[in-house]
Design a protein around this ligand. Structure first.
Ligand SMILES: [Zn+2]
Length: 691
């Protein structure tokens, strides 16, 4: 998702102004050379490689994952704002283990007043509250939550049984469904669940919600049906509760979904529409066909056509929209009579397959959305396609509504709305470009490279923010990207109360966006631009992405994959940037010279032998880059790897010969290593002593 600043800014905000305690602690207790405390040593945090996940960071020979197929029928009642659904879940047990029960996620229960699952402190009341925060703090009485009305097992171990009610049990946001007979590896069970829930106006889960825009209600539906939890080789059942922060770890499978909505609604969803003849007009179908041959957006339903006669098929009865999707891990949808719709087709190469791009938004979103959204989807296709892998799905949509930024397979929900008079600032346009790239980019991470989001925010948000940075720079080389440049993460690196990136999502107590998005993105930019170089980095990153596409990688799978593809052990980098809160603070503390010829005779390399002392005062090991300026005004740059710290992590002395006199040395001259204290980065030759 897009980091939710609205609520978290209420709770957090005290930026640290004092010296970093972490750096001080490190200086007080530097690594003990009598035991191997070198930051270059192996990471004991990583589980040993095994037959499921190998030492090279690849899925091992016995890698397995579960598969879950869904057939769902649901209807939307716009009078009571209720979704009523019935699903048939086919759970394929591909594990070697016998399962006695299944777990399902009931995310709507975060809005159930009887379920008290929260990790948020009560925030102090500031002088002004956003409307969303006001509703959060003083909500209208709301009967939210998944109301389960039927759970039956239809078949188990591949055998049809007479439908039996099973004694399911709900624990917060998780539901346990016992199986009448245990499910061995290779067997499947079919479970049917009926449910309904009221769509919240502003959800505490920060995802699906409804909003009354100018022309009427708009519904964005997410976390809307009971979804099977993941059973894997690392967690067993991943039953971490949903608190609103840690996101969604889900199984791949196919979806057949029938959505019955009021006649005047337009629906967009995960998957390909199966019955355009029933739900679209002939004009709309013709426009869609034309749009798919066009790189620039074509209106399928224009602004002045919204809610006009003739834009819906004849009749007035509710219409059922049917969608099908393969190899997806979730399904989301939008439904409203208020939607403008533009579309275009994307091809990676002339004559290649067409990827449908759709943008749907109420008139309130114009004139901004029609000029930006679909183009930003295309930019995402290009950049992510090159750096990770080409988009494998047949379609990508972007929807404007109440949810500011959230991702689902093939469909994203994005905010950024012009003022009521239609005006908008360049900043707002960039907010839409950035959030669109970000949310559509989530198709790669975690929708396809399907990490455990409930635990590891950085594995999707960090990798996605990293690629978002390059997509933004390709959109406009002068794009003022927030996340990616090392400089921008410096204030966070000074924070004395941060936790390591390798902290489970629901334990990140503050600065969630900097922790899960900004710091990993900046670190990966450093790794690409300064450590491995773009060529090797891109190979390794692309290999990781392809190895784990449609699979479930763990953190060590990423680290090992990058070591393996990048051609060096990056223990120092993973440990420092991901497992610690040390900051980079390099200081140039001394520069001295000896006449070289007095020691070794005249050398062709120069008459003076210079030694430059660099001290590591922050604890974080980083490469050393120096800009050395001489008395004749010339300068040279020196780029050294982090290996200079292998023998002594506190101090390194660089030597060079020159005929000239060094007058100035600057460490990290290009500000690419997030050095938190630049005052000590500069050494300058003092004035000559008065004679
Ligand atoms: Zn995100």
């Amino acid at each position: 998702m897009r980091n939710r600043v609205v609520l978290s800014s209420l709770v957090i905000a005290l930026a640290a102004a004092t010296a970093p305690a972490t750096a001080q602690q490190w200086l007080n207790a530097p690594p003990n050379p009598k035991t191997n405390q070198s930051n270059f040593r192996s990471l004991e945090e990583w589980a040993a490689p095994n037959e499921y996940r190998n030492a090279a960071g690849k899925p091992g020979p016995k890698y397995w994952q579960q598969r879950v197929d869904y057939a769902i029928k649901a209807s939307l009642d716009t009078a009571s704002h209720t979704v009523t659904g019935s699903e048939r879940v086919t759970y394929h047990n591909n594990s070697p283990d016998r399962l006695d029960y299944l777990w399902f996620q009931l995310d709507q229960n975060i809005d159930d007043p009887t379920v008290s699952r929260t990790i948020q402190d009560a925030p102090a009341l500031p002088k002004q509250l956003s409307p969303m925060a006001r509703r959060f703090l003083a909500p209208e009485p709301f009967d939210g939550g998944h109301k389960i009305t039927r759970v039956q097992v239809v078949s188990t171990r591949g055998r049809v049984v007479s439908k039996v009610d099973v004694p399911y049990v709900i624990n917060g946001t998780e539901m346990k469904v016992p199986l009448p007979s245990p499910l061995s590896g290779g067997e499947h069970a079919v479970v049917e669940i009926d449910w309904h829930f009221i769509v919240p106006e502003t959800s505490r889960n920060g995802r699906g919600a409804r909003e009354r825009v100018t022309d009427g209600w708009l519904y964005e539906m997410a976390q809307w049906f009971p979804r099977a939890s993941v059973y894997d080789d690392v967690n067993g059942w991943q039953t971490d509760q949903f608190y609103g922060q840690g996101e969604f770890y889900l199984n791949f499978g196919s979806y057949d979904v029938e959505l019955t909505v009021p006649h005047d609604h337009i629906v967009q969803a995960t998957g390909i529409l199966q019955n355009p003849l029933q739900v679209l007009t002939a004009t709309q179908r013709q426009r869609l066909a034309r749009a798919m041959t066009s790189e620039t957006p074509v209106f399928i339903l224009a602004k002045d056509e919204v809610m006009t006669p003739g834009t819906r098929p004849a009749g007035s009865a509710p219409l059922t929209w049917r969608f099908h999707a393969d190899s997806v891990r979730d399904f989301a949808w939008v439904s409203s009579k208020t939607l403008v719709w533009d579309a275009a087709g994307f091809r990676y190469r002339p004559g290649g397959r067409v990827i449908e791009m759709h943008s749907l938004y109420p008139r309130d979103a114009m004139p901004l959305w029609d000029s930006v959204s679909t183009k930003a989807i295309a930019q995402t296709m290009r950049t992510y396609g090159r750096l990770a892998f080409e988009y494998p799905y047949p379609k990508a949509s972007n929807i404007h509504g109440p949810v500011f930024g959230m991702e689902y397979p093939m469909i994203a929900f994005c905010g950024a709305r012009p003022s009521a008079d239609g005006s908008y600032t360049p900043q707002l346009a960039r907010a839409l470009i950035s959030v669109t790239i970000h949310e559509v980019g989530h198709n790669w991470f975690p929708m396809i490279v399907a990490s455990d989001e409930r635990k590891w925010t950085w594995m999707d948000e960090g990798l996605n923010s990293f690629l978002q940075y390059y997509a933004e720079q390709e959109w406009d080389p002068n794009y003022p990207s927030n996340r990616g440049p090392a400089k921008n993460i410096v204030p966070y690196m000074k924070d004395t109360d941060q936790v390591p990136i390798m902290t489970e999502s629901d334990m990140i107590h503050r600065q969630f966006g900097n922790n899960g998005y900004g710091k990993p993105a900046a670190g990966l930019v450093m790794l690409r631009e300064q450590v491995l170089g773009p060529k090797l980095f891109d190979q390794a990153f692309g290999e990781y992405s392809k190895r784990w596409a449609f699979r479930h990688p763990q953190p060590a799978d990423f680290f090992r994959s990058m070591d393996d593809g990048g051609g060096e052990l990056l223990n120092w980098f993973w440990r420092g940037w991901f497992y610690s809160t040390y900051a980079n603070d390099q200081a140039v503390t001394n520069v001295d010279a000896q006449p070289a010829d007095s020691l070794i005779g005249t050398t062709a390399r120069g008459s003076n032998y210079w030694r430059i002392t660099i001290e590591n005062k922050g604890g974080l090991l980083m490469p050393v880059q120096l800009e050395i300026t001489f008395d004749d005004g010339t300068s040279q740059k020196v780029k050294l790897g982090a290996d200079v710290w292998r023998r002594n992590e506190l101090q390194y002395i660089y030597g060079l010969f020159s005929d000239k006199t060094i007058v100035k040395v600057v460490a990290d001259p290009d500000e690419v290593f997030a050095d938190i204290n630049r005052d000590n980065n500069v050494w300058e030759k003092g004035p000559a002593p008065a004679s």
